[in-house]
Ligand binder design. Structure first.
Ligand SMILES: Cc1ncc(COP(=O)(O)O)c(C=O)c1O
Length: 403
């Protein structure tokens, strides 16, 4: 017998989302959770039986399906099977985990590295293991949700500063008593806007005020710097970050998250962070795939160069067609639409023409700043990009975003 729930806050919350989703589906404006049934080449996908150009991928260097990476994963399955014997601290550690951590440390120029089972969990557990009650954690207003959740979970005093505004950050740092422990956390590239943190500014302030600096490189690994090593290579500053965080699910075509840092910091996290101690190890195939991917990035430097050229072509081309791409300088290219409704309509019109892009709407972005979040990869051909921009221009005119 089904038990009827009383009408409380939980049922109301569930109903609100259910109704919103149902309304969008009814109007054929629901675009989430669509299965991609086939990858066709690096930059084309089959969605709902239709082939489209892929402009919603985080595989920035086009490494999904790379033969060397696939082979590494297959060999790991043959050797170790599909799972581990539990958490890393007990029976879950394999040589592939150790190798991966050594590879990451080398790639990021640190003494050591530690991996977790997702990027989200990495931020959650690391921020809340580093700081706690009585400490301060200071976060850019546009930081990723996983950082925000880590800050809230930590119990430290949580201060936020205006996006990428170094005067606002300094005002926050001045407000804290000088002997208190303070951690500043920022994204290197912001996931909704594609802009880059003022890295020299933030490094200078953290040094001046004796604050720890943690930088999330989810969208800069493989994207920034001549060889794709990230934000430090891009700015030519090598000793600025205490805790270098990244994901293994974007440029690196696997799953997981990492921290690259000095040995004592990595060892501390290995013995104190709950997501390492109480959650199972990365599956061997994912660890081996990630390990090989870092090597492919260095062996195939043309990928970073292509990504850079493709990004420039797309941003300049979209701006020339009259789109507002905000402050982006990277492979995440917001295409400002305005209302949520306009973003949904623009998505539909683009997808109907064969361009697979997705909308980002409130509350993920402020009301009135709904957008498409287009992404560019090294796998796109310049002619494909030109074609996609023409199709999006036609879509923009149809829905009234362009005149
Ligand atoms: C900036 C940032 N950090 C962390 C994450 C979480 O990474 P993962 O998807 O690997 O859990 C994301 C994912 O979108 C992200 O954009």
């Amino acid at each position: 017998m089904e038990i009827e729930k009383v009408d409380d806050a939980v049922t109301r919350r569930i109903r609100a989302i259910t109704n919103r989703v149902a309304g969008l589906k009814q109007n054929e404006l629901y675009f989430y959770n669509l299965p991609i049934s086939e990858l066709r080449g690096g930059a084309r996908v089959l969605v709902g039986g239709r082939e489209m150009g892929m402009y919603a991928s985080y595989s920035y260097l086009g490494l999904i399906g790379h033969p060397r990476i696939n082979q590494a994963a297959k060999e790991a399955v043959d050797k170790y099977g599909t799972g581990t014997h539990g958490v890393r601290s007990l029976a879950g550690s394999l040589p592939v985990h150790q190798e991966l951590e050594e590879t990451i440390a080398e790639f990021k120029g640190t003494e050591s590295a530690i991996t977790y089972s997702s990027g989200y969990v990495t931020n959650l557990t690391v921020v809340s293991t580093l700081v706690g009650r009585g400490d301060y954690v200071i976060s850019d207003k546009l930081n990723h949700a996983s950082i925000v959740d880590g800050c809230l979970m930590s119990g430290a005093k949580f201060l936020r500063f205006f996006h990428n505004d170094m005067e606002a950050l300094e005002a926050r740092l001045q407000q804290i008593e000088s002997d208190a422990a303070k951690l500043v956390v920022v994204d290197a590239v912001f996931s909704m806007d594609g802009d880059i943190i003022d890295f020299p500014g933030i490094v200078g302030l953290c040094k001046k005020y004796n604050a720890w600096l943690m930088v999330d490189e989810a969208h800069s690994l493989g994207v920034l710097g001549k060889s794709g090593r990230g934000i430090e290579e891009y700015f030519g500053i090598t000793d600025g970050i205490d805790i270098k965080m990244g994901t293994l699910s974007k440029t690196i075509p696997s799953a997981g998250g990492y921290i690259a840092a000095k040995t004592d910091i990595a060892d501390y996290l290995r013995h104190a962070s709950r997501a390492y101690i109480f959650s199972a190890a990365l599956p061997p195939a994912q660890a081996a795939a990630a390990n090989e991917a870092f090597k492919v990035i260095l062996d195939e430097p043309w990928r970073v160069q292509s990504l850079c050229a493709n990004t420039r072509q797309f941003i300049e081309g979209m701006q020339a067609r009259g789109f507002d791409t905000m402050q982006t300088e990277t492979a995440i290219v917001p295409v400002l639409c305005g209302s949520d409704e306009e973003a949904f309509m623009m998505t539909a019109a683009s997808q109907q023409r064969g361009v697979f892009v997705l909308p980002v709407v409130s509350p993920a972005v402020p009301p009135g700043a709904a957008r498409l979040r287009a992404t560019i990869t090294a796998a796109h051909e310049p002619t494909e990009i030109e074609h996609a921009m023409n199709l999006m221009e036609a879509a923009g005119k149809e829905v009234g975003i362009l005149s």
